[in-house]
Ligand binder design. Sequence first.
Ligand code: NAD
Ligand code: IPM
Ligand code: MN
Length: 346
Amino acid sequence: ARSIDLAVIPGDGIGPEVVDQGLKVLSAVLPGDVKLETTRYDLGATRWHATGETLPEAELERLKGHDAILLGAVGDPTVPSGVLERGLLLKLRFAFDHYVNLRPSKLFPNTPTPLAGRPDIDFVVVREGTEGLYVGNGGSVRTGTPAEIANEVSVNTAYGVERVVRDAFERAAARPRRKLTLVHKNNVLVHAGHLWQRTVDRIAQEYPQVTTDYLHVDAATIFLVTQPERFDVIVTDNLFGDILTDLAAAVTGGIGLAASGNINPTGAFPSMFEPVHGSAPDIAGTGKADPTATVLSVALLLRHLGYEAEAVRVEDVVTADLAERDAATPRSTDAIGDALAARVAG
Ligand code: NAD
Ligand code: IPM
Ligand code: MN
């Protein structure tokens, strides 16, 4: 019999609210012969306040044993900024070597966009997930004095850049438009930028069918708004990818729709799926959070575990639900989750 052994980290703020909806849809879409087993991990602000722990080693070990992880969001105004983000979320991405941070962007029918007209937006950002400015390579001296110097150093290894660039080429080769855009800032960040460019140029020789392109990140933000249809697959570093994907979400119906997968393509560690958004303390507890991003992250999870038909089913159901949405009559988090689960089952 088939089975999915899923770890669930609801986390903080709206995290638990949206994760519940994702799980509803997951249970509803799985065929009867697939046994779904979920293990909830109590990690996040509450745990930190109670015990001072962010991610104990024993929990990390237990998490390793699951097929995949579904995460809501972490971060809370009562916890110093960075404690949970670095100590829990980034620790998981690094420990499980999630070097492909996959963030698809699509403008669904009937979803509002702040852009003029309705451009045909359908691209995917392959964001490097284990290096760059996120590694915590830095420090501050004379902290808190007028003479303070604070450094954050971006780490880019030939190994790390090559593996994510290869993954992006594979994805581009499998898409109809077969186009890969490297986004960086190689006019200023010459060391890292040139490594990325040389790597793309070298791997490109193995993929003659894929067209490659380069944009500086500042120009990329212009084109994301003025000509988003020019993008197919974007490959970029950890921080640029973070920023670009919030912008991409904003032009494709909002952050409540943006899904992501933190993927370890080798299968050595469980991959982790989560909405792009955070814990949204401003709307936590109000029922206003849109769970669709989490539901679409569940589709990415299903695809990763080999349940392609079920992944497509979830995406189709989201598309159908979005087609009927009316901004004048918003539904609660629960109501959207129930509607998606019912549609998936029916
Ligand atoms: P955020 O994404 O939580 O919120 C930004 C804005 O988007 C807010 O106005 C919020 O209400 C809205 N929003 C977010 N998700 C929504 C949803 N599903 N439906 C409707 N509206 C939604 O970003 P922030 O405010 O910068 O960060 C809040 C906290 O979350 C911080 O602690 C931050 O570090 C953390 N964070 C965590 C993750 C993560 O766990 N992956 C991602 C981003 C931010
Ligand atoms: C995201 C978030 C995280 C990131 C933070 C919370 C560490 O913004 O998943 O996009 O910067 O990667
Ligand atoms: Mn982000």
